[in-house]
Design a protein around this ligand. Structure first.
Ligand SMILES: *[C@@H]1O[C@H](CO)[C@@H](O)[C@H](O)[C@H]1NC(C)=O
Ligand SMILES: *[C@@H]1O[C@H](CO)[C@@H](O)[C@H](O)[C@H]1NC(C)=O
Ligand SMILES: *[C@@H]1O[C@H](CO)[C@@H](O)[C@H](O)[C@H]1NC(C)=O
Ligand SMILES: *[C@@H]1O[C@H](CO)[C@@H](O)[C@H](O)[C@H]1NC(C)=O
Ligand SMILES: *[C@@H]1O[C@H](CO)[C@@H](O)[C@H](O)[C@H]1NC(C)=O
Ligand SMILES: *[C@@H]1O[C@H](CO)[C@@H](O)[C@H](O)[C@H]1NC(C)=O
Length: 567
């Protein structure tokens, strides 16, 4: 349990303002780690799509699992039975991005040898759903490899950046310094076509997989390489923020990881970003000159995204060890788990003069760290009680919270194809169970299938003895790839517990800017920091995002497709 909360608040108020929630503790103690099975394809990209299933994308390679007579590169994983069902995308999902649309359909876009691909997957309960893909009628405007994406307030997705060809690092020749929407929009005169972004020119070269987050004022935070900005997509205006402190590069191949800290009524939903890890190495070396022993950054930097917060600048803290290709996972008790990655090297494979196997990184980060944003500076990182894994998860690895409150880790493959040489293609997946899972947990029923903004609804709760109060957290578990987590988010809802502690009256999020309409997992967390199972709902009405037929016609008419592709 946390103690002396009030003292913390007074002594470090600039840090505490954004997060403090004095009703919430956390469970300390022993974590457990379990090896659960294999994913059949390597877990390069991971998104939980229902209470019991996750979708995984790999690249096209000689995986052990097959579908339609060829090696599979995508599966649906059942988190309960730990079994996989192969899926059958047509194009190569290598280095694609992913986000959910407002109606709950998952959108995979871009990739290698399928650069303009849009792939749609609507989760199902009958084990029959597969990926829809037809680039003749549904495609991006332009080739994108290593782009990012973010769901916006109308339930559509903005796809940002990337390059037009395979490369270790971006450069001016292959850069695609634009963004676009799915479904396409007629906006700012572009009528369905890609919209230029100067930021993506100014952040060359190391700006693959930018870190993006949707903010409660309807703008988008972006960090790439050593810079950060706010994008107003309505007007296509970029406002630069103070650069990442100490010259740390935070996007691929110097992959740091960013997270939007929890938005709560107590902090007035004030957005604060934290970015950890990365590298200060030069971005201008020939690819072969990056050693696997290149030092990585220990830095975690936080910026409150208000005029006062921006004026105050980034606040810097340091992890015990440097990390690259790390994952920052929001936990339902408001803490953040830092897993995966490497202590030295850079992202990618097949480049370094001293590569290990084909890996451009070594010294895998085996020991997770928990970051408690509300603890005093200097006391926020801890590995206490967390067993180290023995599985290297570096390039092309992933991690996600699951609806049950465990943290899943999958993948790692710093190789061109399947390899058994160190560092081998990794199919095993693991779960960390935080100590809250060994406590009596809150349970609830009555979650509506959709929760609209400001809509009041009632949950029937069954709380462990001794529970004094509860929080209701809606969480977007996001999409994980390359240490980037598209759309990951925790928003605390306003709620009131009845006197008999059996009924919880909850109010939906204040607006579509606070939580863009789309899937959410709802955790009822008691004052000791023990979360319920996170049942799934759709925030908003479940409606599909707006479709502009004129913008789609113009896109199809003005762009050509590299479809059909052979993979
Ligand atoms: C959730 O986790 C608990 C504790 O580890 C376990 O007993 C239970 O089977 C899990 N439930 C599901 C649906 O995964
Ligand atoms: C940009 O990257 C491409 C693909 O790796 C490469 O062929 C080209 O030489 C690079 N251009 C420059 C200017 O570095
Ligand atoms: C790259 O490494 C080679 C071999 O060590 C060296 O000769 C060259 O100067 C290096 N290039 C740069 C730009 O550091
Ligand atoms: C590295 O990758 C190349 C190209 O795929 C392959 O020929 C070579 O065998 C790999 N080396 C190791 C040690 O895996
Ligand atoms: C969600 O919207 C997309 C884009 O219009 C559409 O392709 C998809 O079928 C919709 N999904 C559902 C479940 O209605
Ligand atoms: C498609 O493009 C052609 C030539 O640029 C133009 O004449 C035609 O009106 C366009 N059609 C649509 C549906 O935009």
């Amino acid at each position: 349990m946390r103690s002396l909360r009030f003292v913390v608040l007074l002594s470090a108020c600039f840090h505490a303002i954004a997060l403090d929630d004095s009703t919430l503790g956390f469970v300390s103690g022993q974590w457990s780690l379990s090896l659960e099975g294999t994913t059949g394809v390597s877990g390069m990209q991971l998104a939980v799509v229902s209470e019991t299933t996750a979708i995984i994308f790999d690249k096209v390679e000689h995986n052990p699992l097959s579908v339609n007579g060829h090696p599979a590169w995508s599966v649906e994983l059942n988190l309960v039975t730990k079994t996989v069902r192969p899926l059958n995308p047509i194009s190569n999902t290598w280095c694609a991005t992913g986000s959910f649309l407002g109606n709950g359909t998952f959108l995979s876009s871009a990739g290698q040898n399928g650069l303009q691909a849009i792939r749609l997957f609507t989760p199902c309960d009958d084990g029959k759903c597969d990926i829809f893909e037809d680039q003749n009628t549904v495609r991006l405007t332009s080739d994108r490899w290593y782009p990012a994406s973010v769901r916006i307030e109308d339930g559509s997705v903005l796809i940002f950046g990337g390059s037009t060809a395979l490369a270790f690092i971006n450069n001016a020749t292959i850069n695609n310094p634009t963004y676009e929407f799915y479904p396409p929009k007629n906006i700012n005169g572009f009528n369905g076509l890609q919209i230029p972004s100067k930021f993506l020119v100014d952040t060359l070269n190391g700006n693959h997989f930018p870190n993006v987050a949707y903010l409660p004022d309807g703008n988008i935070f972006v960090a790439a390489n050593q810079q950060a900005m706010i994008l107003n997509w309505r007007t296509n205006t970029e406002t630069r923020l103070p650069g990442i402190p100490n010259g740390v590069r935070v996007s691929s191949p110097f992959s740091g990881s960013a997270i939007l800290l929890p938005l709560t009524p107590e902090n007035n939903y004030t957005p604060e970003i934290m970015i950890c890890g990365g590298s200060t190495v030069s971005e201008d070396l020939p690819p072969e000159n990056y050693s696997v022993f290149t030092p990585t950054s220990t830095q975690c930097a936080r910026l409150v995204l208000t005029p006062a917060g921006i004026a105050a600048g980034w606040k810097v803290e340091f992890m015990p060890e440097g990390r690259i290709m790390l994952d920052l996972i929001q936990m339902p008790d408001m803490r953040i788990l830092i897993v995966n990655g490497a202590h030295t090297g850079v992202a990618g494979y097949g480049t370094s003069f001293d590569m290990v196997g084909n890996s451009s990184a070594t010294n895998p980060a085996f020991t997770p760290l928990v970051y408690d944003p509300s603890a005093p500076v200097g006391k926020r990182f801890s590995s206490a009680g967390i067993p180290a894994t023995t599985i290297a998860r570096m390039y092309h690895s992933t991690a996600s919270l699951t609806p049950n409150g465990t943290i899943m880790m999958a993948g790692s493959n710093p190789n061109q194809d399947v390899s058994t040489v160190e560092f081998a293609t990794e199919y095993r997946f693991e779960f960390y169970s935080p100590p809250y899972l060994s406590q009596p947990r809150p349970t609830y029923t009555g979650l509506p299938s959709t929760v609209n903004f400001n809509q009041k609804f009632e949950l029937n709760v069954d709380l462990p003895p001794g529970t004094a109060s509860v929080n209701v957290h809606i969480m977007d578990l996001g999409f994980s790839t390359h240490g980037v987590h598209m759309d990951q988010r925790l928003v605390k809802l306003v709620s009131t517990l009845s006197h008999d502690k059996r009924t919880l009256t909850v109010t939906g999020p204040p607006s579509a800017r606070h939580y863009p309409p789309g899937p959410a997992f709802v955790f009822v967390v008691n004052d000791k920091g023990v979360p319920s199972f996170g049942h799934k709902t759709l925030i908003g009405t479940g409606a599909s995002p707006p479709v502009d037929l004129g913008a789609i016609a113009n896109l199809l008419n003005s762009t050509t497709s590299n479809w059909p592709t052979t993979v």
